[in-house]
Each structure stands twice: as C-alpha cells, then as structure tokens.
Write a protein that binds this ligand. Structure first.
Ligand code: ACM
Ligand code: ZN
Length: 489
C-alpha cells in the first residue's frame, strides 16, 4: 500500500471493509482532547466503517487526505487498519516565484492541490523581484503599473526575446488564492523582497534608490546593484504602505520580507545611508541591513505578524530573534548556525538539495529524500529544536511553461513532503521510489506532469555528459575524463 508521507504508525488488522464501488462508506469523525499533538489524527477501519479522531481541524483534514490516498490503493474495499499520525515539523513549505515567469491563478491552484495532497501547509508566494512585481497595489499604483512589465526576457536559451512580458494578480485573485489555501489548511506567506531585488520597485519609484537614477525592471537573471536607499524616510513610507496592503489581503502569521543578495556598494557611497548607519551607532553596512530588517519586523510585530527573512539579513550579527524567523538557503558565514544554536527559529531551505529549479542531476530525488536537516554539522540540541520546518523553492528564470514547472517540482516535492512530515524516521529509498511511481500516476490525472522517471536520479556526470552531447545514458566519470583529455590533445 502506498501513502506519502508515510503515517507514523500503521497496523493492518486483517480483513476488509467492503462497499459498492463508487458509493460512500460510513465515516465517523471527532476532535478529541486525548490527542495532544497539533495536527495529529487517528484512523481506525473495522467492520463498522471508518472512524477518525483528530487533535484539531488540521488533523481531521490530514486524516481525510490519508483516507483519500488509501482509497486510491483499493477498489470497493478498505483494509481493516489502525493509523496514528503526526507531523515532525509545523512548517512544511513550498515556494513559487511568479516574477521571472508568471503562472495563472488556475495553474497556481493546481500546484496548491498537489501540495495539499502531500500535506504541505505553507505556500510561500514570492511576489516581487527585479523582473516584476506580481501583485496589485493601490497605495502606489505605479508599483504595479510600471513594475509588473519588463521589456524582454533574456534568461538564456530558455527564453530570449524582446517582447514585453507582464502580469500580476489582482487583489481579488490573491484573496481567492488565500481562500483556496485556507480550505486546504495551507497558509499563504507573501513575500515583499526588500531592500534588494528591487529593480522593479525602483523602475516605478527611482527616487527610492541611493542614486535616483532611472532603471527598468530587469530582463536577465542576476543580482543587481540598485537597492532601496535605507536612509530615506520615503522608502519606509512606501514599505509600510505596501505591507499594510499585504496584511489586508493575507491573514498569515508570517510575512516574508526578503533580504537576500543585497549589494551594499550604493549604500557605501550614499550620505543618507551612512548617516543612518552612524545614527544607529553601527559600524558596518551588514549591521545596517540587520537593523533595517529589525525595524521592518517591528512594524509587522505591532500588527501581530511575524517576519521571515532570508539568511543574509542576520549576517551583521545584530538582529534579535524575537520576531524574525530565518529562511536559511545559503550561508557562507556561521551566522545562521549561530542563530539556530541560540534558539532562533529557522526554516531550512538549503539551496542544495531543496532548490528544485536546479536540474534533477544536481538535486536528485534521492538527495532530497535522504537529506536530514537535523543532521547539519555543528547543530546543538537547541539548534535542532529550533528548526521549525523545511521549504522547497522553485525559481523560474528558466521555467517558461507550466509543464516545465510541474516537471521540476514533481516528484521531488514528494521527497520534501516526506522529510517535512517524518524527519526522524528511518529512510527506505526503494520503498519511497515505488510509492513515488504510484503517486506520479495520480498526479498526471490531476493535471500535473512529473519529470520522466529517467530524470529522477540521474547522476551529475551523466547530466554533464548529456550537456556535452553524449548520446548514451550510462555515462561514467571515466568517459567524461577521457572526453576532456581528448579535447586537450
Ligand atoms: C535566493 O535564492 N536568492 C533566496
Ligand atoms: Zn542610500
């Protein structure tokens, strides 16, 4: 029998509850105080039918999801069974970037449905970036009018043209997505990526950069030097107005305020940024970045929300963890590890292996399945307990179609779901692989095209060989070495 993620306890009792195919079987359900673990549930199937008990509404929902998966294994019967289940992590996230390439509400909903089926509960919606702002904003309408359109898409061979490219979700559509997620016990976490990755913001409001120079939304991938000037009052007025609008649309506990990849060159040359740094008694621009994130997070805290920041925001070492959760994607310093070991909350979304926009050959299904974020080197017990969960982002510079999007995410998001729900359980990759094949069929029926099976665990040197034009599939390291020796003769 195939279930994903695996329930914590499962006992087959022998025998089957039979019912006519297509008819409903009896289900009794109740929320019980005897289950103390949040989101936990119990299912018993016996001669009387299906009995569900859950700790809360979430648990009831997950029990029904498990039952739905169970049903897809059988026809006209269900096995007598006992299941007890609870998640390892309270944060089980997936992220979609509609900025580099845009996806319709209908497509986003299909992704949400698939994620809900594997018990994800956080949808991080990366709504702003250099290449486009993808939400309707009324406080500064120019942010959407100008920031949502770029003049060309130069992301390499995947998409090289001079066509205007735009799109954004209206507030009504965003509310529709929030509602859709709520019905599936998924929290939508919007991201307003500041103070870097803001070319599209500055295209609309160039007065908010340190230089004031006119720029356009970017048409290529990259890290761009034009960031928000943090020494100007007007910058904060804009940020707070946008956050107010975001809070109005999204009722989430978390609001993501970005903070990744912020070049400091313009801040270094800017008298207003220097003045702000000095007025706060700070020595470095990294500390200024930290103070900025702290200031914005305090604004959110006053509104009952919690900020998520990419790990660069804490590099200065001057950020408090009382209202910031860190999204650890790549940290060449020891800041994120220190943060965790000091009890600061962290979502693990390490580039390797959780970035699924990278080829299957780099971040394979097996790599993702086998990865245990709690086994990070240097983690103390407090650090382990400070991991609130994991998240898998899909960035879309090189993903131009919905089919490609689904092929990058699936089946790898099944491995993410498995770890998010069962981080401490023993791994059994062959068993997981069988269940993955089973669920790929179901995904196809639901309008999701997973990557072809031959791609799932392709080895890095095979991928490199394919890039070099080898036609065979079983490419060995020796073949690659011989290729380069030949090339150098
Ligand atoms: C990131 O990948 N820049 C968070
Ligand atoms: Zn400045």
């Amino acid at each position: 029998m195939f279930l994903c993620p695996q329930p914590k306890k499962l006992e087959l009792k022998g025998g089957y509850f039979r019912f006519p195919v297509g008819s409903q079987f009896p289900v009794s359900e109740k929320i019980t105080p005897f289950l103390s673990q949040k989101e936990s549930y119990r299912i018993e199937i016996d001669a009387q039918g299906v009995h569900i008990e859950a700790a809360d509404e979430e648990g009831l929902y997950y029990a029904h999801t498990t039952l739905e998966q169970l049903q897809s294994n059988y026809r006209g019967c269900l096995p007598y069974i006992y299941i007890y289940d609870e998640p390892s992590f309270s944060y089980r996230g997936f992220m979609i970037d509609p900025c580099r390439h845009f996806f319709s509400v209908e497509q986003i909903k299909r992704m949400i449905d698939a994620a809900a089926y594997f018990k994800f509960n956080k949808f991080h919606f990366h709504l702003t970036d250099d290449q486009g702002i993808r939400m309707e904003l009324e406080s500064y309408p120019e942010l959407t009018a100008i920031g949502s359109v770029r003049y060309g898409s130069h992301f390499g061979k995947a998409h090289d043209d001079e066509e205007p490219y735009g799109g954004f979700y209206t507030k009504a559509q965003l509310r529709e997505i929030v509602e859709y997620c709520k019905e599936r016990f998924i929290e939508v976490i919007p991201e307003f990526d500041i103070p870097g990755h803001t070319s599209a913001v500055l295209a609309a409001m160039p007065q908010l950069s340190c230089t004031g120079e006119e720029i356009k939304p970017q048409t290529t991938a990259g890290i761009f030097p034009d960031v928000l000037c943090v020494g100007k009052e007007e910058t904060y007025r804009m940020i707070y107005a946008v956050l107010d609008e975001i809070c109005e649309i999204f009722p989430s506990e978390y609001i993501h305020i970005g903070g990744d990849e912020v070049p400091k060159a313009h801040w270094n040359d800017c008298p207003l940024c220097q003045e702000k740094r000095e007025s706060l008694g700070l020595k470095t621009m990294e500390e200024l970045h930290g103070a900025f994130s702290q200031e914005i997070s305090a604004y959110l805290k006053a509104r009952g929300r919690r900020a998520i920041c990419w790990n660069e925001a804490i590099r200065g070492g001057n950020v408090e963890n009382d209202n910031i959760t860190v999204a650890w994607w790549m940290d060449k310093t020891d800041a994120s590890l220190r943060w965790l070991n000091n009890g600061g909350p962290v979502i693990i979304e390490s580039f390797s292996p959780y970035y699924v926009d990278y080829p299957h050959g780099m971040h394979s299904l097996r790599d993702i399945y086998m990865n245990n974020p709690k086994k990070l080197r240097g983690l103390t017990d407090l650090g382990k307990n400070s991991i609130v969960g994991i998240e898998s982002p899909v960035w879309t510079e090189y993903i131009t179609t919905f089919e490609k999007l689904t092929q990058m995410c699936f089946p790898r998001w099944l491995a993410v779901a498995e770890t998010a729900w069962n981080v401490d359980e023993e791994k059994d990759f062959p068993k997981f692989l069988k269940s993955t094949k089973f669920f790929c069929e179901i995904l196809r029926e639901r309008g999701i095209t997973p990557a072809p099976e031959g791609d799932w665990n392709i080895l890095p040197h095979t991928r490199l060989g394919q890039t070099l034009g080898f036609v065979k599939n079983n490419i060995t390291k020796k073949m690659i070495v011989d290729f380069f020796k030949g090339a150098n003769k």
